[in-house]
Design a protein around this ligand. Structure first.
Ligand code: BES
Ligand code: MN
Ligand code: ZN
Length: 493
């Protein structure tokens, strides 16, 4: 299903398309294989990142110029975008080779470049075609990265394998998010997670309603009350031999958010099958861990439920008691994500992890603040926040730090309970973050509000219209950060 990417010393014989990098200018980078700058200039090809132009070739039937922008600014993000453009241009062909690695400046990190190209290509080749009578899947049977003679290609193979694991993990997350809520209920999500996790050898525990009640998961059960579908709490564990440290991941798993009795508008509900995007990211990322083998225990929690306005639904004014005993007055049933996360974060704390990272399509306010392409990043530990920020940056999933101002905490004071589930009119992403902070105790914690980036409105580099699988790459990058994994960014770092 996913696009096979391989390495070769030279351009393979009889390849359909050969894609060569062209920097801004336009200027050739490496061998042009007959491509001339004049040809490009007369066709007003500038070499912008991801720009493509097809010409008849000698080495291959089609010679494809692919823009990489200013030569000195070529980085992983540029390579991902350029590779994605190559895949889109070669969509209907059988085989494509590319010399994109020639765009890496001398002394640059070729392994990172291989990863970026393979990832960008693989992610751009993704389609969700399950319900299409006439799908238009990528016809490409393979993409060959021409590594040149100078390099021992064997050294680059692990980078390629890593990229494949990442692409598969992101694709799983996208599949889960793209699946309509009608065919991905909380129990469906749990069985899909169970199946994927068992396949790769993770430990799986699916907690049903009865167990949730005995565990005191009042937030999760309170949200689930309005739905005919039973809730689930999905717990996945990756524990490599010898691991001494633990990281906990938590992902919001609302399979459909109608708003509950504080019901959303028709328009506001249209994309709400996406409200389990954080949970999908945790499930996706965790299924790649056995292949990537970070030397740390990772426990993932996904509280999964629908948020519906059924006859038994939680009513505004009701009080719920969460896992850690904190009581919450629910004044807006549409602020449900924080209720299910409250329980899951409290359970994560019980694992005594060195760090907790949660991902949630939590607030429309975060989209207002940062738009659709940037996640909000909050937390209680500057060291951990910086590690997550830089992992997100390296992964090509930008996250921007937002504050958790102490002076806004009183907006969550309730007349009748310990907390209410909404703040004032403004700073909704921050008051949501402050609410979550109440459930993490002293554990270093970072929170990614992915409400914006969980979907893309267009094909954009490695992103395809629809679910993005955002967060998977960030988590895997974070768990590949040795400093994080061995000296987890706690208060001490
Ligand atoms: N799932 C939504 C947040 C969301 C909105 C995600 C738009 C993606 C796109 C969340 O459950 C929600 O409804 N949040 C409310 C909170 C409010 C009631 C305090 C919001 O953002 O309006
Ligand atoms: Mn909601
Ligand atoms: Zn929601």
């Amino acid at each position: 299903m996913s696009l096979p990417v391989s390495l070769a010393a030279e351009v393979p014989h009889g390849v359909d398309v050969l894609a060569v990098p062209v920097a801004r200018g336009p200027a050739l980078l490496g061998d042009g294989y007959g491509l001339e700058v004049d040809q490009l200039a007369t066709r007003s090809f500038e070499g912008k990142v991801g720009e493509t132009l097809s010409l008849p070739g000698q080495e291959a039937a089609t010679l494809l110029a692919v823009g990489v922008g200013p030569a000195e600014e070529v980085d992983a993000d540029v390579l991902r975008r350029a590779a994605a453009a190559v895949v889109r241009a070669g969509w209907k062909r059988r085989s494509v080779a590319t010399t994109l690695l020639d765009a890496v400046p001398a002394g640059g990190d070729r392994e990172a470049a291989v990863r970026a190209v393979a990832e960008g290509a693989g992610l751009a080749a993704y389609r969700f075609t399950r319900y299409k009578s006439d799908p238009d899947p990528c016809r490409l049977e393979g993409l060959t990265l021409v590594a040149g003679e100078s390099e021992d290609a064997d050294d680059l193979v692990p980078a390629l394998e890593r990229a494949r694991a990442v692409v598969e993990a992101v694709s799983l997350a996208r599949d889960l998010v793209n699946e309509p809520a009608g065919s991905l209920t909380p129990s469906d999500l749990a069985s899909r997670a169970d199946e994927a996790a068992r396949r790769v050898g993770l430990e799986v525990q699916i907690i049903d309603e009865a167990e949730a009640a005995s565990l005191g998961l009042g937030g999760l059960l309170g949200v689930a009350r309005g739905s005919d579908e039973p809730c689930r709490l999905i717990k996945l564990t990756y524990e490599p031999p010898g691991a001494t440290r633990t990281v906990a991941l938590v992902g919001k798993g609302i399979t459909f958010d109608s708003g509950g009795l504080s019901i959303k508008t028709a328009e506001g509900m249209m994309a709400m099958k996406t409200d389990m995007g954080g949970g999908a990211a945790v499930i996706g990322a965790m299924t790649a861990l056995p292949a990537l083998a970070p030397p740390v225990k990772v426990v993932g929690f996904v509280p999964a439920t629908e948020n519906m306005p059924g006859g038994r639904a939680t009513k505004p004014g009701d009080v719920l008691t969460t896992r850690n005993g904190t009581t919450v007055e629910v004044l807006n049933t549409d602020a449900e994500g924080r209720l299910v996360l409250a329980d899951a974060l409290a359970l994560a704390v019980e694992e005594e992890p060195e760090a907790i990272v949660d991902l949630a399509t939590l607030t429309g306010a975060c989209i207002v603040a940062l738009g659709q392409k940037i996640s909000g990043l909050m937390g209680n530990d500057e060291g951990l926040i910086e590690r997550v920020r830089s992992a997100a940056q390296r992964a090509g999933e930008p996250a921007w730090p937002l504050p958790l101002p102490k002076e806004y905490r009183k907006q969550l004071d309730s007349e009748v309970a310990d907390l209410k589930n909404i703040g004032g009119r403004h700073a909704g992403a921050l008051t949501a973050g402050l609410f979550l902070e109440e459930f993490v105790g002293d554990v270093p914690w970072a929170h990614l509000d992915i409400a914006g980036p969980s979907r893309s409105d267009d094909d954009d580099g490695p992103l395809v219209k629809g679910a993005t699988g955002v967060g998977v790459r960030t988590l895997l990058e974070l768990l590949a950060d040795d400093g994080f994994v061995t000296g987890v960014g706690g208060k001490s770092t």
